[in-house]
Design a binder for this molecule. Structure first.
Ligand code: BGC
Length: 933
């Protein structure tokens, strides 16, 4: 008899909390688990779920099924507050596992009627601009408490203290959702904080997203002008008694020492003990409780602290702190023996410019925290009702700042890490690390564009391109499915999708291709990565509405043309003050997305079993493709506007009809990359696709040249400039160290980091071939420039990993397949893939990248560009002889000569302007030695 290990990591929906999972928002949470190890012959054929509900005997439900991801709740639904202990065991191929450890799930308040509490707000205190209010209730409890829960949410941010102890470890609660439709509440376990006799519950309210500044036009109070709290404490005693306390008119209010708080501008806190605190009565606010929802994903927490790496003086004499990492959160500062009332001010910035804080990229966000000290022997200064994006801080008001007295507190959605990547190239590894930090800083309850300036909004286009990378790096399913519920809630009746979700800018544009397509593509990516069919079914009406809307804009000719588009936003060749003036034709971009979104709706409908809808949208997609080909593609395969992005779109979104066209388009794309000197020239739309387009069209070597380029603009350029996050612009910082003069100069934007998905899927070679990684596609792409790579992902089935090393003419490949999944492995050099089951597999084969072919005698100019060593020497010679100023210029000169014999390189390089003919002779002499005769 073989062996299968007991299941682990029993999960409920997409919640990733450590046991127990409190306050789940559904009565029938789906279950998933991992089988950590099993004999090769094991295949799950059945599972049993044991449920133990409070006060009842365990119930065991046997299910004949090979599924282990998001399986249906197998028993009667949970009622509000009810908890169940769940264990799972699996069997198959004559093997039977032991039971998993039990995990507990507890339902939240599932019905509106469960709320006896009402929102309350201070009558006078806590107005906008006034100190943050604290709401309070004092109450008595009997002894023998066995369980106590605090259910809470707010209009604004809330921070609860029970008997002087902080409730829970969440920050910026209740987070940011589309408050008018969905307001999240939290369930806190406060069993250890309540006590027999007198108790004191105090809750501080901050402005947060509800009433603070949002958007760049200086507006406050987007959701309302009054802060309010909803809290319901429920205490169960050993004799079965239930004590319930809810916010109502008996609560009181007082002023706190937080004099001002705003997410953009920062927090000002008076730490002095006060005797003249103003108090107030509260009143009940009439507001709809039906919009209360439980969290789908993890809360925002402090996820790390980062010590300061240096404290130094700026040229102007300011005290600056460097944390060595651009991050999101705030500064924690320890001060000793200062005078009461002394003011300490902390300002933040992502970069230095001329040695001082570079705050221009923050636009109007003040990002300043200040404190009036109490004068205690030791005071720890940190805010909690704001956050900043920064690497540097300036500290004023202290005679001295010791490097050990200051640290950065990292704040963000506490997502479970699920993806790792490493390679033999340290710069590439640093880039990948920057992508991870960019995600951590911009997954602050909402997927934001940036975390530092007066924006920090849920830009749809940004997450549309980054979602695949996000779902690899961290378990983003709960987080993004919550955001998608907001998207659907805010979609307008005509189906159009706001540019930002939650929509606080009341998007002036009716529809933007690649942005609104988040409605279709994000659910589809999530389905690919998690296998969550329920999510697709839930989003399908929203997906359809978007496609119907844009199909309507396109009209009978099926071409989405005209009107303003953001297009291939931030194409590096666009003027710095007009990021939408990209090389790629906006109509091509828009129509390509229409085709893709229509196709995805068709595919999604097929998955959820609606064949008619599937057929309708597949047909629409076909019509759009046909129209696209007719309008924008020449019979040979050249695409209108002839820019890398349009080829990437045409190739990756399957918009070309014949193989010849596809070859031609792939070749053309590769030539465009060559003649840009292997520098990137795509914006938000083309960047996530270009590496796949090059790889899939047979230009892997060109792809690597682009990926590993360090000149400006390129992915690694920022790394050479010391970046620790991904920048919004390719050249947010110019090579001379000055900040790009444009408006969009965030140093922490994840969009251009979307290429990391290619590093995982293609370079390392780990991608899902079936939804939820039930089948892995392992297809590594070893290259000469790199000797090793590996990608690891905690899939819904467990850990999967691909790693390869090249050495001494051999390629070693190692693949780990989790139990429940299979893999189809493409071993480099072999024509047929190998199918394998779970476990670790290794192969050794001849290294396909081992041989470095010399430049052939018949070589063309193109071949010379492709031959990296030769090309570097050509560039060096052309620069030294004064024929060109740099590689980019050299490559551009060659654009029209790629098919010419390499012997014509000199003519090509020195063909214009005539004044440069000077270096021609010298260059000739140099290249004669270098190139084949
Ligand atoms: C944001 C972008 C966004 C863009 C679209 C910018 O201000 O930071 O990332 O997608 O606007 O207009």
């Amino acid at each position: 008899m073989g062996h299968v290990a007991a299941p682990t990591a029993v999960r409920f929906e997409h919640r990733t909390d450590e046991d127990p999972v409190l306050g789940i928002g559904t009565a029938t949470p789906r279950l998933s688990w991992i089988v950590p190890a099993a004999d090769a012959a094991f295949v799950q054929e059945a599972y049993e779920v044991e449920l133990t509900r409070a006060g009842r005997t365990p119930e065991v439900v046997p299910v004949t099924s090979g599924e282990q991801v998001l399986v249906p709740w197998p028993a009667a639904p949970l009622t509000s507050r009810e908890s169940a202990r769940v264990r799972v065991r699996v069997s198959g191929a004559g093997m039977q596992s032991a039971w998993s450890d039990p995990e507990t799930v507890e339902a939240g308040l599932l019905r509106t009627e469960d709320w006896t509490a009402r929102f309350i707000s201070p009558r006078e205190l806590g107005a906008l601009g006034a100190p943050a209010p604290v709401l309070r209730s004092a109450f008595d409890l009997p002894g023998g408490v066995v369980k106590a829960r605090l259910y809470a949410t707010a209009h604004g941010l809330y921070e609860a203290m029970l008997n002087g102890h902080r409730v829970g470890d969440q920050v910026l609660a209740p987070g940011w959702t589309s408050y008018a439709h969905r307001l999240r509440y939290q369930t806190h376990d406060v069993t250890d904080l309540v006590r027999e006799g007198g108790n004191d519950l105090e809750v501080l309210l901050g402005n947060g997203w509800y009433r603070g500044r949002l958007g760049w036009d200086g507006r406050h109070g987007h959701y309302g002008d009054r802060l309010a709290l909803l809290a319901q404490l429920e205490v169960t005693t050993s004799d079965g008694g239930i004590f319930r306390l809810g916010t109502d008119a008996t609560w009181t209010a007082r002023e706190s020492g937080v004099l001002a708080d705003d997410l953009y501008d920062g927090q000002r806190t008076d730490l002095r003990p006060r005797t003249d605190i103003r108090t107030d009565a509260v009143e009940v606010i009439d507001t709809d409780l039906a919009r209360l929802v439980a969290p789908d994903g993890p809360p925002v927490r402090v996820t790390q602290t980062v010590p300061a790496t240096a404290v130094f003086s700026s040229p102007s004499g300011a005290t600056l702190v460097d944390f060595g990492q651009n991050l999101v959160g705030w500064v924690r500062l320890r001060v000793r023996e200062q005078a009461p009332g002394q003011e300490v001010v902390v300002r933040h910035a992502e970069v230095l410019e001329h040695g001082e804080l570079g705050v221009r990229p923050l636009r109007s966000a003040k990002a300043t925290d200040s404190y009036l000290l109490a004068g205690a022997p030791l005071e720890v200064l940190e805010p909690s009702l704001t956050f900043h994006g920064f690497r540097y801080a300036e500290i004023c008001g202290l005679p001295e700042v010791g490097v050990r007295d200051v640290e950065a507190v990292v704040v963000g959605s506490d997502l479970r890490r699920t993806g790792w990547f490493t390679s033999s190239n340290p710069q590439l590894n640093r880039f990948h690390e920057n992508v991870v930090w960019g995600m951590r800083g911009n997954f602050v309850d909402v997927p934001t564009d940036c975390p530092q300036r007066d924006e920090r909004l849920g830009w749809t286009g940004d997450i549309q391109v980054f979602a695949p990378t996000a779902s690899f790096l961290f378990d983003s399913a709960g987080f993004l499915s919550s955001w998608l519920a907001d998207l659907a809630a805010e979609q307008r009746p005509d189906g159009s999708v706001p540019l930002v979700v939650p929509d606080v800018i009341e998007s002036p544009l009716p529809a933007a291709a690649a942005w609104g397509d988040a409605a279709t593509l994000v659910p589809w990516f999530l389905y690919q990565r998690t296998g969550d069919v329920g999510l697709l079914a839930r989003q399908l009406p929203s997906m359809r509405a978007w496609v119907d809307y844009i199909a309507g804009l396109a009209g009978a000719d099926r071409l989405w043309t005209g009107g303003f588009q953001l297009g291939d936003w931030l194409d590096p060749t666009a003027p710095h003050d007009a990021p939408f003036e990209a090389q790629a034709d906006p109509d091509v971009v828009a129509t390509a997305y229409l085709a893709r979104s229509a196709e995805v709706v068709g595919l999604a409908a097929a998955v959820v079993g609606d064949a008619d809808v599937a057929e309708k949208y597949a047909r629409l997609a076909g019509e759009v493709r046909e129209a696209f080909a007719k309008e924008f593609v020449t019979p040979a395969g050249r695409v209108l506007s002839d820019a890398p992005t349009v080829y990437a779109l045409a190739l990756e979104l399957a918009l070309l009809t014949t193989d010849d066209q596809r070859h031609h388009a792939g070749d053309r794309l590769a030539d465009l990359v060559r003649s840009s000197g292997f520098r990137i020239s795509t914006g938000f739309v083309g960047t996530p696709l270009i590496m796949d387009a090059l790889t899939d069209s047979g230009h892997l070597d060109v792809a690597y040249r682009l990926m590993l380029q360090t000149g400006c603009p390129s992915w690694l350029y920022a790394v050479t400039m010391g970046a620790t996050t991904v920048w919004e612009r390719w050249d947010a910082m110019l090579p001379d160290g000055s900040i790009n003069p444009g408006q969009m100069t965030s140093f922490n934007h994840y969009a251009l980091g979307a290429v990391a998905d290619w590093l995982h899927r293609t370079f390392a070679g780990l991608s899902p071939a079936a939804p939820g990684y039930r089948e892995l596609l392992v297809r590594p792409a070893p290259a000469r420039a790199l000797t090793s790579a590996s990608a690891r992902h905690r899939t819904p089935y467990g850990d999967a990993e691909v790693s390869w090393q090249r050495s001494q003419g051999q390629l070693r490949l190692r693949v780990l397949v989790p139990v429940g999944a299979t893999a189809s492995v493409h071993i480099p050099g072999r024509s047929e893939p190998v199918r394998v089951g779970h476990g670790t597999h290794t192969w050794q084969t001849a290294d396909p990248a081992a041989v470095d072919h010399p430049l052939a005698a018949q070589a063309t100019v193109r071949d010379a560009l492709d031959h990296e060593d030769t090309w570097q020497q050509v560039v060096a010679a052309a620069v030294e002889t004064g024929v060109v100023s740099d590689e980019a210029q050299a490559a551009a000169r060659l654009q029209a000569f790629l098919d010419a014999p390499s012997s014509r390189l000199v003519d090509a390089l020195a063909h214009a302007p005539p004044g440069l003919a000077k270096g021609r002779q010298a260059l000739h002499a140099r290249l004669d030695q270098l190139l084949p005769p």
